[in-house]
Write a protein that binds this ligand. Sequence first.
Ligand code: FS2
Ligand code: SF4
Length: 547
Amino acid sequence: MFCYQCQETSRNLGCTMRGVCGKSETLANLFDLLIYGLKGLAYVSVKLQEKDRYYPEDSVFVMSALFKTITNVNWDEENIKDTIETTLALRDKRKDELCKLMEGKCDTCPEAVTFQLKRDEYDEFAKKVGVLRTENEDIRSLRETIIYGIKGICAYGEHAAILGFQDDDVNKFIMEGLSATLDDNLTVDQLVNLVLRTGENAVKIMAKLDEANTKTYGNPEPTKVKLGVGKNPGILISGHDLKDLEELLKQTEGKGVDIYTHGEMLPAHYYPAFKKYKHFIGNYGDSWWHQLEDFENFNGAILMTTNCLVPLRKENTYLERLFTTGTVNYPGAVHIPDREKGREKDFSPVIARALKCQPPKELETGEITGGFAHSTVLSLADKIIEAVKSGAIKRFVVMAGCDGRMPSRKYFTEVAEKLPKDTVILTAGCAKYRYIKLPLGDINGIPRILDAGQCNDSYSLAVIALKLKEAFGLDDVNKLPLSFDLAWYEQKAVAVLLALLSLGFKNIILGPTLPGFLSPNVAKVISDTFGLQQITDADSDIAKMLA
Ligand code: FS2
Ligand code: SF4
């Protein structure tokens, strides 16, 4: 196996024996094979599009399949083998259609389109189609940057598609980008261009997901989310899928079960549509990697709708109250099947299990304040502009992204604590758990931490910045009193980073490490072009940002 897609990759070079995340060699290789099959499907789709045959449902299928290969989503080898089988069947169906249209006048298809395997041959073949198949380090780096960005696009695209929202340009780009990673004739410049286009498409899909979420559930509002617990047994819902939450809330009303959010589901409390549910109690625990303790202490049923799900340790006892759904699978956990057309998912097994459980153990009390997505912040624009003009606010610092296990991430807490009192932190994603509970106070009633929501709501922060640029009459967003100090972990963060670069934001500070998948040459191009830099220490970086 070789995998270097996440921030915790071994020695920042690559996991080779077993993932630091816990991924086995077999599972890693199966992901490689799945991606290879998806590239074959993408190749055929691009050719079909040239003949005006465009199948949006194929792009949605790719979204769901690629989502499974993101860090901490799917741990089930059998499920991945099933997905490979479905991928190859769809690829072959589309290939037959293409062959008929071409009437024998076509180029030779690449191996990704033609290979045929029986299920018991997957493991062996998979070893030949991984990341290291591309020998040139820079080409490999660019191809993988495109693939990881597309994985993030797929995750966000899938959430939007579930709510009935799609973007045809993005659907087509997913196929084009994946297919391009098979093309040995593309130059470095052409691949760099595709990296930039990946960023542009990440912006489009985050905008689409923002539209999907806000049209379906309303605009997030400033909200205080409770951290304590009630007396009823509970269901802890984690991940990012709001539709799953909606259906769970409906199905648990009046059943004597309370619903709590964990990790990235916290911002669901900010949406008006969910406020009517009295049994939607609050948020429990901390960011994703604390789940081994949090899920143990919760006592109740746990529903994982997306990443991050981490493998249980020997001492963990919650497997029989752990449920997965959507793209998430875990051996031994009950999987709630997809919705049938026009119907809701059936969460009754989760509810039945929860009713047999003890109430959660209280970990903390108090509350978290959030709900500062673009519509709320822009409604405060006059107040914010006034505070900037009067000097009450000297700078905004965007501290969005992911949390992770590395001890060096305490840097982000330190930055939040040490930033001067006339600065405001704009946050989104699970990175916020490093500082959201700090008592940082407010500036003229504007909280010093404004949480927009999940990692995809980093889009909201970009919208806020671009609107402030207009309001201040500036010609360049980099002239705003605004700095970026981002934390990354998995591939959605790659999509977010590429999106910010494509919007023209420069001098982003990123950590705790720069991506291991950036070769020295590619890292140099990105830092020369965009001023991207790695975190150093809190004092030096604060000084740099305030200069
Ligand atoms: Fe956090 Fe994990 Fe949001 Fe990432 S819960 S690192 O998947 O997507 O962010
Ligand atoms: Fe290693 Fe990260 Fe890949 Fe897991 S996802 S195998 S930790 S690089």
